[in-house]
Design a protein around this ligand. Structure first.
Ligand SMILES: [Zn+2]
Length: 236
C-alpha cells in the first residue's frame, strides 16, 4: 500500500537522465568526426599545428564526456539513495546530486582521459598514420624497392596472406588482421572452447577477443592510397 507524504516524480528524473544520455551520442559522433578530420590532415600532409588543434578538440570532447558521465552517475546514485529513504527523511535531491558531482569533480585529473576509449583510439590511430606516412617518406629516398616490400608487408593479413581490405587492430598487442578472417577464427575457436593465439608471427598474445578489435582506419587509408597509386601507374 502507498503511504502519504511527499512524493517524488521519478519519471521526470528518468526522462532528464535519458536526455543526458542523448548528449552522450552527440559527443561520440563529434569525436568520430574529429578523428576522421585529423587523419585527413595527416594524409594531405597538412600543417602540424592543425593536427595539434584536432587533439585539443578531442581533449575538450573527452572533458565533456567525463562531466556528463559524472552528472549521470551523481543523479543515479542520488535516486538510488533516495529510494531507500523513508518519505519523512527525504533529502533535497538537487543538493545531494550537486554534492556528489562536486566530490567526483574534485578528483578529476588529466590521466582520466587515458580511460576514454575514443580519445585513446584517436591517439593510437594518429600515431599509426604518422608512422606509416613518415616511414614511407624517409625510406623511399633510400631504396624504393625496399620501401615497397616493407610497407606491403604491413598490408598483408597474417591469416589470409592477402592485402587487407578492412583491417582491424588488436588493442592489446597492436597487430592488425582482415576483419572477416579474424572474426571467423575467433568463432571457430570459440566452438572448440579454445582461446585464439594472435596469428601474427612472433606475437606472444594468446587471448585475442572480438571486443579488443577496433577498425584500423589509419592502415586502411594507407592501403587505399597505395592501391590508388598502383592503379594510376598501370594506366600510364
Ligand atoms: Zn599480436
Amino acid at each position: 500500500m502507498m503511504s502519504g507524504g511527499p512524493r517524488i516524480s521519478f519519471n521526470a528524473i528518468d526522462s532528464a537522465l535519458s536526455s543526458l544520455k542523448n548528449c552522450q551520442s552527440y559527443i561520440d559522433s563529434g569525436m568520430d568526426v574529429a578523428t576522421q578530420v585529423a587523419l585527413d590532415l595527416v594524409e594531405s600532409f597538412n600543417d602540424e599545428e592543425d593536427i595539434n588543434n584536432m587533439e585539443k578538440v578531442m581533449l575538450e570532447y573527452a572533458a565533456m564526456d567525463r562531466e556528463l558521465n559524472q552528472y549521470i552517475k551523481a543523479f543515479e546514485e542520488t535516486i538510488n539513495q533516495v529510494k531507500r529513504e523513508k518519505p519523512e527523511n527525504l533529502p533535497d535531491l538537487e543538493n545531494l546530486a550537486q554534492e556528489k558531482f562536486l566530490e567526483m569533480e574534485s578528483k578529476n585529473s588529466d590521466s582520466d582521459f587515458e580511460s576514454n576509449e575514443k580519445y585513446m583510439y584517436f591517439k593510437d590511430q594518429l600515431k599509426e598514420m604518422k608512422k606509416q606516412y613518415h616511414a614511407n617518406d624517409t625510406i623511399e629516398q633510400i631504396d624504393e624497392d625496399i620501401a615497397v616490400t616493407r610497407s606491403q608487408m604491413n598490408f598483408i593479413c597474417p591469416i589470409t596472406q592477402m592485402t587487407m581490405k578492412r583491417p582491424v587492430r588488436n588493442k592489446v598487442c597492436g597487430h592488425s588482421y582482415e576483419e572477416d578472417a579474424i572474426l571467423e577464427m575467433i568463432q571457430t575457436q570459440k566452438q572448440k572452447k579454445k582461446k585464439v593465439r594472435c596469428p601474427k608471427m612472433g606475437c606472444s598474445h594468446v587471448d585475442v577477443k572480438g571486443s579488443d578489435l577496433v577498425p584500423d582506419e589509419a592502415l586502411k587509408r594507407v592501403i587505399d592510397s597505395q592501391n590508388k597509386q598502383s592503379w594510376s601507374t598501370m594506366d600510364t
